[in-house]
Design a protein around this ligand. Structure first.
Ligand SMILES: [Zn+2]
Length: 119
């Protein structure tokens, strides 16, 4: 099993910063209407593995469809570095945009396609 590591990430301008605990073994590329346009790669963590470092007050919220997920983005630079929602099992979940984590070797990740378009 891959080891859990601490990763920091955030938006482009640096106003939004957070820290997560993750092994990054589950990374998905979703084909739904918003992910296809944003090119986001996601990994999911529970609230206990997510720490907001700064920028809570600079986050804008975008919702569509069933409005289950808060597609948060920095109101200064526009980057959506993470989203927040409730998983099908009812637990609060943070969806982390792996592309926004510092120093992650994206081509080295095993990326699993997810058919969000069909949901
Ligand atoms: Zn920003």
């Amino acid at each position: 099993m891959a080891e859990t590591k601490t990763h920091e990430g955030g938006c482009h301008c640096g106003r939004v910063r957070y820290r997560i605990e993750s092994s990054l073994t589950q990374v998905i590329e979703c084909n739904c209407s918003i992910c296809a346009k944003r090119g986001t790669l996601w990994t999911f963590v529970k609230p206990a593995q997510f720490t907001m470092l700064k920028g809570d007050d600079t986050l804008a919220d975008y919702q569509f469809g069933k409005k289950v997920i808060h597609h948060l983005f920095c109101e200064s630079c526009g980057i959506g570095s993470f989203s927040r929602g409730v998983a099908p099992n009812g637990e609060d979940t943070y969806a982390i945009n792996v592309r926004c984590l510092d120093g992650v070797d994206i081509p080295a990740l095993k990326i699993r396609p997810f058919d969000g378009k069909s949901l």
